[in-house]
Design a protein around this ligand. Sequence first.
Ligand code: FAD
Ligand code: MLT
Ligand code: ZN
Length: 479
Amino acid sequence: MSNTLLIAQLRSIVGSTNVLTHDDPAADLRAYEQDWRKREHGASLAVVRPANTPEVAAVVKACAAAGASIVPQGGNTGMVVGSTPDASGTQVVLSLQRMNQVRTIDGANLTATVDAGCVLQAIQEACETAGFLFPLSMASEGSCTIGGNLGTNAGGTQVVRYGNTRELCLGLEVVTPQGEIWDGLSGLRKDNTGYDLRHLMIGSEGTLGVITGAIMKLYPLPAAQLTAFAAVPSLEAAVQLLGLAHQHLSAGLTGFEVMGQFALSLVTKHFPQLRVPFQDRADTPYCVVLENSDQESETHARERFERLLEVALEQGCVQDAVVAESITQARALWHIRESIPLAQAQEGLNIKHDISIAVSRIPEFVRLADAQLQAAFPGVRLVNYGHLGDGNLHYNVQAPAGSDAEAFLRDDEKGVNTIVYDMVDQFRGSISAEHGVGSLKREKLEQHKSPVALGMMRAIKQALDPKNTMNPGRVLSFK
Ligand code: FAD
Ligand code: MLT
Ligand code: ZN
């Protein structure tokens, strides 16, 4: 089938205004073809924006018949170049953005059923209005979609209590690579009827099908939430503080993020309007944001939180701390943490790592990796921050001050990655904790994952998408 015929078919399925092509001078496809980190710029055959699941199925069938490959796209905030087309001009970007309805909220079952293109923040707000908490949370929540969160099995800042997106999902609706619709939206908490297809789809980054709907877990809204920003004398101290926080707050510990001073200095540099505490303390290499959610009362929350900080001060794992006095202050403290990726992007192109290591071994990892990187690439700037409560660091590397970031990435990215990922292997960690693999980390995955695991992954891809039309070149190489 010719491209012209395929585009005509796609137009008849979703309406011509919802098929964008480069032939139309009025259509601006840049937002769909450029990844968030500006690592790659692709060229699509068309961007197609279906309105509902039957339209997605018809689009997938038409593309399958034409042999055109599909790149599912939600908010396009992914970090690993997974949702933008390659440069061939032959791929169809399937944008879920128009499928943005919260379908139902079932208070008794504690679930929300949502379209895959719902923006995360819109789900949080709809659930809160209905009196429930949907806890998935990350700085991109104003633009990322639940389909993308499921596609990447996103983490975020509440994982320490509520788990990754996977743990929050009770069922999916999926369009298969052949264009069939699988309705798995039962919302059951127990269902042992064979292989769990939901878990196969979650984290598959659009390579096994298109998620069109999901049923997600809800929680009661907390009676109180308190946030503190603490100065700590070392990463070891931050780990010690985490242990104390688990002990004192138990399930009330809903966030525990670490931030290196250099990462915080980028926030101050690029967003000078934000007031970052403890910037003047030369003896403070790291700060921590921690959050306590309480089902009882504000007083109860404050008592427990203050007791924790007292003990931490006594033990020397906290040097100083501020506890937010209002929701506005709490948001301001979280905003500092959430601004780090944006500040880093403003600073220039960078090498991002999203690694996980056993929490107890993180200080040792950072000490060794810092030393090896500085010896091999003198002057590199280490932008270290992340979800310490989950053992997940964004151990990022920025070009030496004043040097050309593009040239640094071109010449040194491989060498930097080799040092970091070889060390991750030595520590039995993972080279992708929450961002996924996309095309950026595909080769690395193939080097670092066991051949047995890769063989099983390829067998699954072969069984579900033998023609390799679903997001080819992502996660795995496959012919
Ligand atoms: P996209 O970027 O559009 O797609 C991501 C992947 O999912 C692609 O492979 C795509 O093909 C696939 N996909 C998208 N929709 C579907 C679908 N409906 N069906 C099947 N596959 C699909 N990530 C974290 O994990 N934790 C964080 O704390 C975090 N913070 C961030 C902060 C900032 C400022 C930014 C810019 C990003 C952050 N991210 C974080 C990364 C990103 O927001 C997440 O990966 C998010 O889950 C991507 O959602 P999206 O809708 O933008 O997906
Ligand atoms: C974060 O934790 O801020 C996100 O995963 C994004 C990033 O690492 O840049
Ligand atoms: Zn993160």
